[in-house]
Design a protein around this ligand. Structure first.
Ligand SMILES: [Zn+2]
Length: 268
């Protein structure tokens, strides 16, 4: 065995840097699969550039508030919508299961009923905390998919995303757009294997500072790099121009119930 053979073999080992904490694969393990969209929501993609420690962080209750993890806050929010969108009897693949702590969705003859468990409280403190965890989870899902789909994310300009989602050191606003009319452009398999869309839809705004995403029929907008109040105002004006026919004005998410979980618009 000569040295050149060893070097050739070595070049196949990709050195990875963690998207969240910047740790390198020669220093920390990258063994676990970091699902970008939670597996229990049907997500299939995973991001190789997430170290095990950061992967654990988002799924661990102890790293959040000991009541639910950041990922659970995300799943709780979308599980109802997803159940609502899945066509009974048409599910081809065994989908991930997730037992909700907060909600129970029952389907009978194509009609859905939703009940809320006592663990879900309407008090402002509980709602704000849950919403805060949800927003961090939304950023986590977005950032790992953004990196996977576009290859961006390692750049320092995205540090605000890391500071909020991974380290909870700053506050970032997330805006939600409620639909005016009940038209959902979902592809057939989307509820089964949800995908995160950013720029394929005309009404989704994006520039260097703000981005909008659509997930399971819900539209959210948020900053991705440093911004000031003028940038924020400009964003909201430009975004509303794209949405005027389809959406109500943006609301900044403060409590989880601001989100139309059950896509009530579909009942119209
Ligand atoms: Zn990491």
């Amino acid at each position: 065995m000569c040295a050149s053979n060893n070097m050739a073999k070595k070049s196949y080992d990709i050195v990875k840097m963690c998207l969240w904490c910047g740790a390198m694969s020669m220093d920390v393990p990258f063994n676990k699969k970091a699902h970008t969209i939670p597996k229990s929501l049907g997500g299939q993609n995973y991001n190789k550039f997430v170290c095990d420690s950061c992967n654990n962080y988002f799924g661990d209750r102890a790293s959040n508030n000991n009541k639910y993890s950041i990922e659970e806050a995300l799943k709780e929010t979308f599980i109802i919508t997803r159940t609502r969108l899945l066509i009974p009897g048409k599910i081809k693949r065994k989908v991930g299961r997730f037992k909700s702590k907060f909600f129970e969705v029952k389907e009978k003859n194509g009609r859905y009923s939703l009940s809320i468990k006592h663990q879900f409280k309407f008090s402002p403190g509980f709602q704000n905390e849950l919403c805060h965890s949800f927003k961090r989870g939304l950023y986590k899902m977005f950032f790992e998919e953004f990196n996977l789909q576009k290859g961006f994310g390692m750049e320092a300009k995205y540090d605000i995303i890391r500071a909020f989602a991974r380290y909870n050191k700053i506050y970032l606003p997330v805006f939600y757009f409620r639909r005016k009319i009940g038209i959902l452009a979902l592809i057939e398999s989307e509820a089964e294997t949800p995908i995160l869309l950013f720029d394929r839809i005309k009404y989704l705004f994006s520039d260097d500072k703000f981005i909008e995403i659509e997930f399971l029929g819900h539209v959210f907008g948020f900053p991705i790099t440093d911004f000031n109040t003028v940038d924020l105002q400009n964003y909201l004006v430009e975004s509303s121009k794209l949405k005027i026919s389809f959406f109500l004005p943006a609301i900044e998410l403060k409590k989880l119930t601001d989100i139309d979980f059950t896509l009530s618009i579909m009942n119209n």
